[in-house]
Design a protein around this ligand. Structure first.
Ligand code: SF4
Ligand code: SF4
Length: 162
C-alpha cells in the first residue's frame, strides 16, 4: 500500500497525525508529510482511516497489487512481523523516528546484485533493472548490512541518510 498527501489540498489540521503518528507528521508543517510509504502492514488500516477522516480528501491511498505480490515484499512483512512479535511499540518507534534511509542512484547502478546479496531484505533487483530499496526507514538490525552494501557497491551508487 502506498500513501501520499496532496499538499495543495492539505490544510495542516493534524487529523491524520492524530490517527497515525507512525505515518503522518506535521513536524514540517504547514502540510502533512508521509513518513513511510509503502505503508507497514500493521498501520494500513489506520492509514485508510486517516484518508477517510481527512476533511480535505488530501490523502491518497493506493493498493499496489504488484508490490504486495512481490516476494521481496513478503520478506519485508516477515521482518515487520518479527518486530511485532518482539515488541509492538518498538516498531512504532522505529517508523516514528525514521532512522536510516538508503538511496540507490539508478543512473550509477549496474545491477550487479552485490547489495542484494548482502542485504536481500533491503535491496532487490527483481522488479527493476537497477537495485530497488524495499525498506524505508531501515530497521536498526539491518543498518550494518546496508552500510556494508554501500561499501561494497562497485559504482558508489548507494547513499545513506541518517
Ligand atoms: S488530515 Fe488531511 S488536511 Fe489534515 S493534516 Fe492530514 S492530510 Fe492535511
Ligand atoms: S551493489 Fe551497487 S551497482 Fe550493484 S546492484 Fe547494488 S546498487 Fe547497483
Amino acid at each position: 500500500m502506498e500513501v501520499s498527501v496532496d499538499k495543495d489540498l492539505c490544510i495542516g489540521c493534524g487529523v491524520c497525525e492524530g490517527i497515525t503518528p507512525e505515518l503522518f507528521s506535521l513536524e514540517n508543517a504547514p502540510t502533512a508529510e508521509v513518513l513511510s510509504s509503502p505503508v507497514p502492514e500493521e498501520v494500513q488500516e489506520a492509514a485508510q482511516q486517516a484518508a477517510a477522516d481527512c476533511p480535505e480528501d488530501a490523502i491518497q491511498v493506493e493498493e499496489s497489487e504488484a508490490h504486495d505480490l512481490a516476494p521481496e515484499n513478503a520478506e519485508r512483512d516477515i521482518i515487520v512481523d518479527e518486530f511485532a512479535d518482539e515488541d509492538r511499540e518498538d516498531i512504532d518507534q522505529i517508523f516514528k523516528e525514521k532512522k536510516m534511509k538508503a538511496i540507490v542512484d539508478k543512473d550509477l547502478c549496474i545491477a550487479c546484485g552485490i547489495c542484494e546479496g548482502i542485504a536481500p531484505e533491503v535491496f532487490s533487483l527483481q522488479r527493476e533493472p537497477y537495485a530497488e530499496v524495499l525498506l524505508d526507514p531501515i530497521p536498526a538490525e539491518l543498518e550494518d548490512a546496508v552500510e556494508e552494501s554501500k561499501e561494497e557497491c562497485p559504482e558508489g551508487a548507494i547513499t545513506i541518510e541518517a
